[in-house]
Design a protein around this ligand. Structure first.
Ligand code: PXL
Length: 276
């Protein structure tokens, strides 16, 4: 019997197939009890819509945490994504301390930037706080943009293995025992993920689909979390999540109107199958 319970902390973008609207169904489909703590509520995500509403929930979080402490509610894994404010990060770190079962996996996707740019609304103060959260994590899942912001290394659009190794080493030196670098591409037709653990770097390469899709970082981190908590090694969880994310992109590619996210729902059975 599987009694594992995962907490995920990220925003609710009501429309846009990202953050909690993908994390909750994906982790649940992995057969895990999924508890949510919304960091903010937006009408839609900030990546391509004309405008959005934004309600920061930072002030609600300590009260919610307090109720969980009073109830003795604790988690086998805590996975964080897009956070609503720099101030929120100290609260999330506190939740790591108060709501973790022994051996709890702390998984941080420092969702704040892509393609060389910070997402709308984030600044260098937020990067500094997110760096502290990465230092408190066991597993981090940055892309190259986020990795370069966190380490202070130069952002490069094209790079070689030596650059990626230095990035992974610098990220691991902050504290996490496992660094998963996403979207690592050494040539145009392929991309992949680097798993850096105990000083060793492994690469899982896969087909690169021509169209970059929104929300795929969240699909990736959610399915990685699900597979990891189901007992797979970090490398196998990284591979399962990569294969699932590619299937989500393939399942969306023929629908030009669906630019804002990926159709992850119809291919959930394939993720479930890959968990055995
Ligand atoms: O997928 C990352 C993400 C999550 N949440 C919000 C976003 C984005 C990326 O733009 O805007 C609100």
């Amino acid at each position: 019997m599987n009694n594992k319970r995962v907490l995920t902390i990220q925003d609710i973008s009501c429309v846009g197939q990202c953050s909690l609207t993908v994390a909750l169904p994906i982790i649940s489909a992995c057969g895990l009890e999924t508890v949510i703590l919304p960091s903010a509520v937006l009408s839609n995500h900030t990546g391509g819509f004309k405008s959005w509403t934004f309600r920061d929930l930072t002030d609600d979080m300590p009260g919610i945490e307090q109720k969980w402490i009073e109830e003795g509610i604790q988690f086998d894994a805590i996975y964080t994504g897009y956070l609503g404010s720099a101030r929120q990060i100290d609260i999330v770190k506190h939740i790591f301390e108060t709501c973790s079962k022994p051996g709890c996996a702390h998984i941080v996707d420092p969702a704040m930037a892509d393609n060389g740019k910070l997402y709308y609304g984030f600044d260098i103060d937020f990067v500094r706080e997110m760096t502290k959260l990465c230092a408190a994590a066991d597993y981090i899942l940055p892309n190259v943009t986020e990795g370069s912001l966190i380490t202070g290394m130069e952002y490069r659009e094209t790079y070689d293995e030596a650059y990626v190794k230095e990035l992974a080493e610098k990220l691991a030196a902050l504290g996490p025992h496992t660094v998963i670098l996403t979207g690592i591409s050494y040539e145009p037709s392929t991309t992949g993920v680097v798993v850096y653990e105990n000083g060793k770097m492994a690469y899982y390469q896969h087909h690169r689909l021509p169209k970059g899709s929104h929300g795929t970082g969240d699909v990736y981190a959610s399915s990685f979390t699900g597979a990891l908590v189901r007992g797979f090694s970090a490398y196998d969880a990284a591979r399962i999540a990569a294969d699932y994310t590619v299937k989500c992109i393939e399942n969306t590619a023929d629908d030009p109107d669906h630019w804002y996210g990926v159709k992850f729902e119809a291919v959930l059975p394939e993720l479930i199958k890959s968990l055995g």
